[in-house]
Design a protein around this ligand. Structure first.
Ligand SMILES: Nc1nc2c(ncn2[C@@H]2O[C@H](COP(=O)(O)OP(=O)(O)O)[C@@H](O)[C@H]2O)c(=O)[nH]1
Ligand SMILES: [Mg+2]
Length: 401
């Protein structure tokens, strides 16, 4: 499953974001969406379900579908432990680095209201600059990269200089675990002005420049400018956007999302994560406090930003940054069902250029091993083995397994 790390200094709203985003599926779906542990749970990407296009009533298993909106599962990690020197990996820092390593994309939650200092202590609104927090996280990741590379540098230099291994290929293989690609390595070499040079001659400074450039091209990141409901957020959002044109900056109020998903679950309001409005079902079921909270959320969040931004963050992270598409595997291409007769049971988030064999692999390695052919359930035609699938494809895999 796609792994998303929710990262940031203490008290910016990471856990509130995590709880709001993972709560929705937990109680309402018939499938046991298990919380793996307190910091690791299933969240969802919001997509248009193909049930509408196919005009069928679906019975999802790995996901949920509400009024033609399909929520596809992803794994969210509430990454704790971003404190000064987290990259050294002491104490909580170890878990922090493990989580970072695992995540394909990071949602960096910052306090856009500027009311938490660099250590996460409450301060007067507007007195802390969230731009500093973004620079701080970048720096921690760069120093973490640097320290792992530095530890292995003699070996790398020897392999490349004595054994004439291709630097980028060797480097990618060696550090596959932290999610760097050959392409990113080439870009980093160029930007750090190290292309073609001997690694043993880079020096500390060269290796640091390389680590910095590689970080920029490796760890995908989106900024959740949180606490938008609080005063002063709008100025900071504009400044974050200006300072970091390469990151999407999404205004969020994780607190508003948390309140809304809970009230929706109780049936007091109608609201789906990612909606641009909510509707009160029955005012008499709301406590005065809840009614007041909803008024505030309407005025400070929806009227200004058009939504809470929590779902928008997850969608942008997975669909735009990781370029995933939704693929529906079925066993019966006539009825779009699995063996148990469930209609459009699963949705897989797959790479944009995936082919039928990748879908087979995702179902089971045995299915892939004994792959025979694939059928496009919409057209009932065979799909060529090397044909790239597209968003919303419904695919039957024929296999001898
Ligand atoms: N105003 C406002 N407060 C928030 C928001 N999200 C979280 N908080 C508050 O910020 C504090 C820290 O939240 P928490 O989720 O525990 O932060 P974490 O330490 O980053 O996990 C709590 O008092 C939350 O109620 C938000 O969107 N708006
Ligand atoms: Mg927390």
């Amino acid at each position: 499953m796609v792994e998303i790390g929710i990262v940031g200094k203490p008290n910016v709203g990471k856990s509130t974001f995590f709880n709001a985003a993972t709560h929705a599926g937990a109680e309402t779906a018939g499938y046991p969406f298990t919380t793996i542990d307190a910091n690791n749970a299933v969240g969802f990407v919001r997509t248009d379900c193909v049930c509408r296009e196919l005009n069928v009533t679906d019975t999802p298993r790995n996901s949920r579908c509400v009024d033609g909106v399909r929520f596809a599962p992803v794994n969210l990690i509430d990454v704790a432990g971003l404190v000064p020197d987290a990259h050294k990996g002491k104490g909580l820092g170890n878990k922090f680095l493990d989580d970072l390593r695992q995540a394909a994309v990071l949602i960096h939650v910052v306090d856009a209201s500027g009311s938490t200092d660099s250590e996460g202590n409450p301060v007067a609104a507007g007195s802390h600059d969230p731009v500093e927090d973004v620079l701080f996280l970048e720096n921690e990741i760069e120093r973490w990269f640097y320290s792992i590379f530095n530890r292995n540098w003699d070996k790398i230099a020897r392999r490349v200089e004595t054994e004439k291994k291709d630097f980028a290929r060797f480097f990618e293989e060696m550090f596959a675990g932290i999610g760097i690609t050959e392409g990113a390595i080439h870009q980093a070499l160029r930007e750090a002005d190290l292309d073609g040079g001997y690694p043993s001659k880079w020096g500390e400074d060269g290796l640091y420049r390389f680590s910095k450039a590689l970080r920029a091209h490796s760890k995908k990141m989106i900024i959740a400018a949180n606490k938008t409901d609080a005063a002063g957020a709008q100025d900071n959002i504009a400044r974050l956007r200006e300072r970091f044109p390469n990151y999407p900056v999404v205004p969020t109020s994780s607190m508003a999302e948390f309140v809304l998903v809970n009230l929706a679950e109780k049936g007091a309001i109608r609201y789906l994560p990612g909606d641009s409005s909510f509707e009160i079902v029955d005012k008499s079921t709301l406590t005065p406090k809840e009614a007041k909270a909803l008024e505030m959320i309407q005025a400070k969040v929806f009227d200004r930003f058009g939504g809470t931004g929590v779902q928008a963050c997850i969608n942008q992270a997975v669909l735009d940054m990781l370029e995933k598409i939704a693929i529906y595997p079925v066993e019966d291409e006539t009825h779009f069902t699995d063996k148990e007769g469930r209609v459009l049971p699963d949705v897989f988030l797959m790479d944009r250029d995936c082919i039928p064999l990748d879908v087979a692999e995702r179902i089971h390695t045995d299915i892939a091993k004994h792959y025979v052919a694939a059928i496009d359930a919409k057209s009932k035609r065979k799909i060529a083995k090397d044909h790239a699938l597209k968003q919303g494809d419904v695919v039957k895999i024929i296999s001898k397994a």
